[in-house]
Write a protein that binds this ligand. Structure first.
Ligand code: NDP
Length: 295
């Protein structure tokens, strides 16, 4: 392996420590902790685990955590009513609705019912628009975490060729906008891209978020490129042990032979996502209190 390993766990731990200090300063200044409310609708096991770990991380950062559970049969009106009360609640600075939602609930309507100033996931159309035109808003956690790793690893990104594979609203598109704002020359690839291999080979910075295990082989990667693998896929262990394991969208073993630096899966982007969620909560709390976002 020639690539440097980008240690997402260590970067996330450092960010969480910074956020805890900023949260403590907020508590001193305002006389109350910043608060994050998480809404879980239904009983999806994986979502339950994510919500519990977000609540734990919020408390560990010295913030107030509010978890609201609604049954899988909840109506859209019930979810919207809960969001309206959280929007009004002064102790709540950030609101996150755990996705996916049960089929009877319109995801877009729910996201757009969150007050944009409390939208710590950054999915509200107003925050997406702010990011698109370069205004300050709340930025989706996973792509912002990727950008922090890239800045820590490469410093200035100006003038570099960046390729983002994947164009979802939660990862690919905001990632591309963040890289453009860093003065990269950005290409966004997706399932209809022709000759993905040559597009990928152009990248000084490669961010992959497609949800297809081990899809980008090392042979496609430009020597020395920085590779951020967002994908989290569970596959059967190829050794035939009958167990499963987590892998990314990039074929780590071959990519690590050519890349300059690369994130592992697990332990790369994943830990950054929750750390940035906590950071966004403090930013939202400070802005709502009329303080500068940087603590
Ligand atoms: P989506 O399914 O919403 O989007 C996938 C994107 O990849 C689409 O734009 C799709 O193209 C594109 N795509 C699919 N197949 C290919 C292909 N063969 N070649 C090129 N492009 C392709 O996924 P998400 O963005 O939500 O998530 C992507 C991955 O990131 C998943 O593995 C997810 O688990 C992981 N993830 C990890 C997070 C973390 O904290 N580490 C957080 C969020 C996601 P098209 O638009 O044309 O359909």
């Amino acid at each position: 392996m020639s690539a440097a390993m980008i240690d997402g766990k260590a970067h996330a731990a450092a960010l969480r420590a910074q956020v805890a200090a900023a949260g403590a300063r907020f508590r001193e200044e305002l006389g109350r902790p910043a608060g994050l409310a998480v809404v879980l609708v239904g009983d999806d096991a994986a979502s339950g685990v994510y919500v519990a770990s977000k609540a734990r991380a919020t408390l560990e950062a010295g913030m107030e955590s509010f978890t609201h559970r609604l049954p899988a049969s909840a109506t859209q009106a019930e979810v919207l009513e809960l969001l309206a009360s959280l929007n009004q609640n002064e102790a709540v600075d950030g609101i996150l609705v755990q996705l996916p939602l049960p089929a009877q609930i319109d995801e877009t309507a729910v996201i757009d019912a969150i007050h944009p100033d409390k939208d710590v996931d950054g999915f509200h159309v107003l925050n997406a628009g702010r990011l698109a035109i370069g205004q300050n808003g709340l930025v989706p956690c996973t792509p912002l975490g990727c950008l922090m790793l890239l800045r820590a690893c490469r410093g200035s990104l100006a003038g570099l060729r960046a390729v983002v594979v994947g164009r979802s609203n939660i990862v690919g598109k905001p990632m591309a906008r963040l890289l453009l704002a860093q003065d990269c020359t950005v290409t966004v690839a997706h399932s209809r891209t022709r000759d993905l291999q040559s597009v990928v080979h152009d990248a000084d910075i490669l961010v992959v978020a497609i949800g297809r295990p081990l899809s980008i082989p090392g042979a496609w990667i430009k020597p020395g490129a920085t590779v951020i693998d967002v994908g989290i896929n569970r596959i059967d262990d190829p050794t035939g042990s009958g167990k499963s394991r987590l892998v990314g969208d990039v074929d780590f073993d071959s990519a690590a032979l050519v890349a300059g630096a690369i994130t592992p899966v697990p332990g790369g982007v994943g830990p950054m996502t929750i750390a940035v969620l906590l950071r966004n909560t403090v930013v939202a709390a400070r802005r709502r209190a009329g303080l500068s976002p940087d603590a």
